[in-house]
Design a protein around this ligand. Structure first.
Ligand code: BG6
Length: 488
């Protein structure tokens, strides 16, 4: 599809950048903050890359004014950050830590003073450790109740100052890394527990949205989902069906609950057959149905490619030898998960990759935006998109990162095409403003517009140095996106 001319970006388009508390704040045990599951997890040798952790991170807690001054210099319109739950409620549900809450009040005040729209994420993976210990974290319904309490405190204190709120960051990612792959806390490999926790998180998300609509009628709230469109590997109808299955399991399973208040029937049925479906009470259904997000936050990095798998043949063989339902057999012997029987993933030969093997697919960004609009018809806020790379600091203290500029340029051009197609997009937050801690890749995988001089072993002076991409984005913001086309 080709447009002879692209629509300009809307006048009120929010040009932003994003971060998350654990990845930048440091001050992990300062002024009353309680430990989070990430503080605990990162202390176990072998859990993270070269034992990196967020104890100091880039010490944004003590440098936030300096960081906001750089945002102001750049002309940034919006800044997405997350609140560390255990800084506000050290044990997750009891006494408020006023010093912790004051940090976020000051941060918001400073942003507003500098004319930057704050976007507040309520949960970016750092669950209070106390809730993990008491209630098995997201597996306990008590944690959803605690989340509602925590949200109430923030809505009360910041509801008049912050318009845009994000509930959960990438529920799809943190549940699968935490419970399918044991690569994030709580370090479990158990699909039944994953789907059970995922359901409680859905309830927590819905409770937060419902409460927000009572308490902050002028605000906007929605989850941020890590969306990756699924492509069929070929036009073989079996591959097309595999891609449909991939979309259903990877995306609709989450987005339907957020936007329609119910699980997609196809996926739920397959999980139920395998004994993996979550228990959904009538009360749950009512909570989920009532919660309508005002926008969808989308984090886009890449999609995936699906092809038919060879499990069908193996299942047929199993069926021939057994009267047991093959889905149950899979769940019991742990050989297959239901989705593994429905699609296999494949490499896309058309795409280049980052240094970390992530596919680079700007057109997939437009595909994603179009599909989301078609299926859910909500305004979209791009809450993350960016390139992780190794940057070199030159002797004269410069960082030349043309690869990052190219990446962002190509993605933003596709975003502009999607806008021209008719997709409603509120704004775009690049990941990330400063360099920060990558959960599993330490400090060497850099995403920021601003270089932070530290490495995996030493925090050094944490000097902030704008990269070439900083000045490129500054110009883009100044021209409200017009420089995008003139540079193409
Ligand atoms: C997103 C997360 O999944 O991807 C961020 O919301 C994260 O917190 C980003 O940093 C990039 O991931 P990684 O693994 O490259 O740091």
């Amino acid at each position: 599809m080709f447009h002879t001319q692209l629509d300009p970006f809307p006048q009120n388009f929010l040009w932003g950048a994003a971060s998350a508390a654990y990845q930048i704040e440091g001050a992990w045990a300062t002024e009353g903050k309680g430990p989070s599951i990430w503080d605990t997890y990162a202390q176990v040798p072998g859990n993270t890359f070269e034992e990196t952790n967020g104890k100091v991170a880039i010490d944004h807690y003590h440098h936030y004014k300096e960081d906001i001054a750089l945002m102001k210099e750049m002309g940034l319109g919006a800044y997405r950050f997350s609140v560390a739950w255990s800084r506000v409620l050290p044990d997750g549900e009891g006494e408020v830590n006023e010093a912790g809450l004051a940090f976020y009040e000051n941060l918001v005040d400073e942003l507003v003073k500098q004319g930057i729209v704050p976007i507040l994420t309520l949960y970016h993976w750092d669950l209070p450790q106390a809730l993990q210990d008491k209630y098995q974290g997201w597996e306990g319904r008590e944690t959803a109740v605690a989340f509602e309490k925590y949200c109430r405190i923030l809505f009360e204190r910041l509801g008049t100052k912050v318009t845009y709120w994000v509930t959960m960051n990438e529920q799809n990612v943190f549940t699968s890394l935490g419970y399918r792959w044991a690569a994030h806390p709580p370090g479990v490999k158990d699909l039944k527990r994953m789907y059970a926790a995922n359901h409680i998180i859905n309830i927590a998300n819905a409770k937060a949205i419902n409460l927000f609509h009572e308490m902050v009628p002028l605000g906007k709230i929605g989850p941020s989902f890590g969306y990756g469109p699924m492509y069929p590997f070929s036009c073989d109808p079996e591959d097309v069906l595999a891609a449909e299955n991939g979309e259903a399991f990877n995306n609709a399973w989450f987005l339907d609950v957020y936007c329609k208040g119910e699980y997609p029937k196809f996926v739920y049925k397959q999980l139920a057959k395998a004994g993996l479906a979550p228990v959904v009470t009538e009360e749950d259904q009512a909570i989920l149905k009532k919660a309508k997000p005002d926008f969808l936050g989308i984090n886009y990095y890449h999609g995936g490619t699906a092809q038919q798998n060879n499990y069908q043949k193996q299942i047929a063989e199993k069926r021939a030898f057994s009267k047991v339902d093959p889905y149950l057999m899979q769940a019991e012997d742990g050989t297959f998960s239901p989705e593994e029987t429905m699609f296999a993933t494949a490499e896309n030969p058309n795409l280049k990759k980052t240094d970390w093997g992530w596919e680079i697919d700007p057109v997939g960004f437009r595909v994603a935006l179009r599909r989301i609009q078609a299926n859910y018809d909500l305004p979209i806020f791009i809450t993350e998109n960016g390139l992780g790379a190794i940057d070199q600091l030159t002797e004269d203290k410069k960082i030349h990162d043309p690869y990052r500029i190219t990446y962002l340029q190509e993605h933003l051009l596709e975003l502009q095409k999607a806008l021209t197609d008719g997709v409603e997009i509120i704004g775009y937050c690049a990941w990330s403003f400063t360099d920060l801690l990558s959960w599993l890749n330490g400090y060497q995988k850099r995403y920021g517009f601003v270089y932070v001089d530290r490495d995996n072993q030493s925090a050094r002076q944490l000097e902030r140095i704008p990269k070439d991409s900083f000045y490129w984005y500054q110009e883009l913001i100044r021209t409200n996106g017009a420089s995008l086309i003139s540079h193409t």
